[in-house]
Design a protein around this ligand. Structure first.
Ligand SMILES: Cc1cc2nc3c(=O)[nH]c(=O)nc-3n(C[C@H](O)[C@H](O)[C@H](O)COP(=O)(O)OP(=O)(O)OC[C@H]3O[C@@H](n4cnc5c(N)ncnc54)[C@H](O)[C@@H]3O)c2cc1C
Length: 478
């Protein structure tokens, strides 16, 4: 019997798992996909929000600024990319200045430090590629950018090293109440646990509804993005938002921690919780809206597009806490934006509930540190030479666009909770994320995965399940 079973290996579940791994508790994570961070955590704006956006009084507002301040230490401990680049909310019309000032007031109420309104000259001096139509902007120096899946993987690896057990490709199909806890029935097994944490993202309504008569409903809200080549990665330095107006919420333009430029998202409610398609209409919409913020849209440099799904509930706020009619069942549900930013605080909050319920002892040997993969691209030539001397696999470049070596790919496969798929390698090393979008390295990575995991090349998948890359040989019946 587990003390705690966490459903979902996204940023919410992983933050909770890491917090619980500090205690003498038997904890497991059940995840339907083949890897960490395969839900909304892999597809969002990757902004560490300053915290001026949420309505005061909501959980989102209470957690955001506090969680934001946790990122400096956390990114050092877990060795993930994070940059406090600051954010600007652009105002394009003098008539909207009151609204901009209200936003600043709201930020101050939410505890956001150092907010300031800049005039046009100051904004353009800070960001010369912004549109001349800007009249002023709200500057939040504490805004940041992060790699969401690298962060989730860092938390997961650290939780695993500290004793948390992971079960991938286990879809929770039902949850039944027992005298002393719950039975979680997956497509592979039954797991018994005293407490359950529901961190199932867009499916957190379904998990809640197995055990509670107080039903939740999550309507997935699609957000589409365009990713630009690194050639234009420094077109802006800050994260550029648009002041919401009667005409809509606007879209953002931001650099990423990996050096790309990102624009998006739009917002369209859909029915299918697994529909990650991008649409011509949606991409046109974000390109049109983002063009209002910058002088010239570098459309020639778009290399990829993707969709993320927000876990929208009617409450329009996070739902965190024990379910009143299901003792020992804790929701971390409806975690939409700024859920990535708030995750470290949500982890600590849920841990507090559990400590109060089970009174576990703190571990004396908890190791808070995790070391990430050595990224060849980020090293000096001296460091490269030294590493190649130690391990010649770092001298073989597999992904040319992102300068990813075989050494990094081997590390991604053989580290704790290592990659087993092409996308798993991509998210850990960036092989396949560059300009050619894996056109060059896909077959090479496939060969390495096949060799190292001792599986046939035809069994290697892009993201698990039936997403096989090879089906047979040319001119052979399949
Ligand atoms: C378009 C968009 C933009 C965003 N931008 C930002 C931003 O810039 N900053 C910010 O702070 N936040 C942002 N967010 C919000 C943030 O991405 C989410 O709050 C966060 O990723 C949610 O993480 P999660 O772990 O709760 O959910 P998920 O990452 O979806 O994880 C849930 C996990 O549960 C698993 N699961 C589901 N059902 C089952 C089952 N039956 N059995 C087992 N496992 C199951 C899933 O496979 C998944 O891995 C954005 C969201 C979207 C969609």
């Amino acid at each position: 019997m587990y003390d705690v079973a966490i459903i979902g290996a996204g940023i919410t579940g992983m933050s909770i798992a890491r917090e619980l791994s500090k205690y003498d508790l038997k904890v497991c994570v059940l995840e339907k996909e083949v890897d960490i961070a395969m839900g909304t955590t892999k597809a969002n704006s990757a902004i560490v929000h300053a915290g001026f956006d949420a309505k005061p009084g909501t959980l989102k507002a209470k957690l955001n600024a506090k969680a934001n301040s946790m990122f400096d230490q956390l990114s050092k401990d877990l060795d993930f990319h994070f940059r406090r680049n600051g954010s600007l909310v652009l105002c394009f019309d003098e008539k909207d200045m009151d609204h901009l000032r209200d936003l600043m007031e709201q930020g101050i109420q939410n505890g956001v430090p150092d907010l300031v309104i800049l005039d046009k000259a100051a904004v353009l001096a800070m960001e010369p590629n912004l549109s001349e139509d800007v009249v002023a902007a709200l500057y939040a120096p504490t805004g940041g950018i992060v790699c969401p899946y690298e962060m989730a993987i860092g938390m997961a690896e650290n939780a695993y090293e500290n004793g948390v057990e992971f079960f991938f490709e286990n879809t929770v199909l039902d949850i039944q109440k027992l005298n002393n806890g719950y039975a979680l029935i997956t497509d592979k097994n039954t797991f018994k646990s005293k407490l359950v944490v529901n961190a199932a993202g867009v499916y957190s309504d379904k998990m809640n509804n197995f055990v509670s008569s107080s039903k939740l409903s999550i309507i997935p809200r699609r957000g589409e993005y365009c990713v630009f080549d690194k050639e234009v990665g420094s077109y802006v330095d800050k994260t550029i938002f648009q002041l919401p107006t009667k005409l809509g919420k606007g879209v953002l333009v931001t650099p990423t921690v990996d050096g790309n430029l990102l624009i998006g998202p739009n917002a369209v409610d859909i029915d299918d919780k697994d529909d990650l398609t991008t649409t011509r209409i949606g991409l046109d919409e974000i390109l049109r809206k983002a063009s209002l913020s910058i002088k010239k849209m570098p459309s020639h440099a778009i290399i990829a597009s993707f969709t993320g799904l927000r876990a929208r509930t009617e409450a329009d706020d996070f739902i965190i806490g024990e379910v009143p009619d299901a003792k020992g069942f804790i929701n971390a549900a409806g975690i939409e934006s700024p859920g990535l930013t708030c995750a470290p605080f949500i982890g600590a909050m849920v841990k507090e509930f559990i400590v109060e319920m089970l009174h576990p002892l703190e571990k004396s040997n908890f190791n808070p540190l995790r070391k990430g993969i050595h990224h060849f691209l980020e090293m000096t030539n001296e460091e490269r030479k030294a590493l190649i001397k130690q391990d010649p696999a770092y001298g073989k470049i597999v992904c040319r666009c992102e300068t990813v070596s075989e050494g990094e790919i081997l590390s991604a496969i053989h580290r704790p909770l290592g990659a087993t798929t092409l996308d798993g390698i991509k998210r850990r090393t960036r092989a396949g994320s560059g300009r050619c979008q894996a056109g060059f390295c896909m077959t090479r990575v496939l060969d390495i995965l096949s060799r190292e995991l001792e599986i046939k090349r035809t069994e290697v998948t892009k993201f698990g399940g039936e997403s096989k890359l090879l089906v047979g040989k040319n001119k052979q019946d399949v």
